[in-house]
Design a protein around this ligand. Structure first.
Ligand SMILES: NC(=O)c1ccc[n+]([C@@H]2O[C@H](COP(=O)([O-])OP(=O)(O)OC[C@H]3O[C@@H](n4cnc5c(N)ncnc54)[C@H](OP(=O)(O)O)[C@@H]3O)[C@@H](O)[C@H]2O)c1
Length: 172
């Protein structure tokens, strides 16, 4: 099973300058708790956005998860990640594995666009704010295609400066 996990602003904005638009520890915890022990799939840019690895190069693995990175660069290599060069190559590999296992597409913009019609479930953190400086966006979540099955709202606090909603959608 393939799912997407993402945090989006009111206009579906997700990032700028290869970074997030907010610092929301509650959402980071939600992300860690949801994906821990699972496979995470990301684009090369999102991998680089996670920090500097032990080799001193941009790109850091997230612990306690199997890290998969998509890149079209045939020379790209980093310790601790599995690399795939096309969606088809990745899908063929996942087909040989346990189909009950939940795998998470974790971004960014290019990768979400490629996968939104291929996943079964969306974990969306709705951030109740707009960001006019955003550069990267999540696709429109079409009401005709997706049914919201869970909603958990959290009011802003000292550490999390925006109201957020943890929502889950399944394909109709
Ligand atoms: N709000 C959130 O929840 C969230 C989550 C994740 C990321 N983000 C943000 O999203 C932004 C990054 O998104 P992005 O769109 O710039 O980059 P991205 O989707 O993370 O990565 C794009 C890269 O993926 C590789 N790629 C794309 N299509 C491919 C394909 N068909 N086959 C193989 N590889 C492929 C290419 O790597 P090569 O160039 O190496 O070929 C491409 O440059 C950042 O600002 C980040 O902070 C936000």
């Amino acid at each position: 099973m393939l799912s997407i996990i993402v945090a989006i602003g009111k206009n579906n904005e997700i990032g700028k300058k290869n970074d997030l638009l907010w610092n929301l520890p509650a959402d980071m915890k939600h992300f860690r708790d949801t994906t821990r022990g699972h496979t995470i799939i990301m684009g090369q840019k999102t991998f680089e956005s996670l920090g500097i690895g032990p080799d001193g190069k941009l790109g850091k693995t997230l612990p306690n998860r199997r890290n998969i990175v998509l890149t079209q660069d045939p020379t790209f290599y980093r310790e601790g990640i599995e690399i795939f060069h096309s969606i088809e190559e990745l899908e063929n590999k996942l087909k040989t594995e346990n189909q009950n296992e939940e795998n998470f597409v974790i971004g960014g913009g290019m990768i979400y666009k490629l996968f939104i019609d291929r996943v079964d479930k969306l974990y969306i953190t709705h951030v109740d704010a707009s960001f006019s400086d955003a550069e990267v966006y999540f696709p429109i979540i079409e009401e005709t295609k997706w049914q919201k099955i869970r909603s958990e709202k959290h009011s802003k606090d000292d550490l999390n400066i925006y109201d957020i909603e943890f929502a889950e959608y399944i394909k109709k």
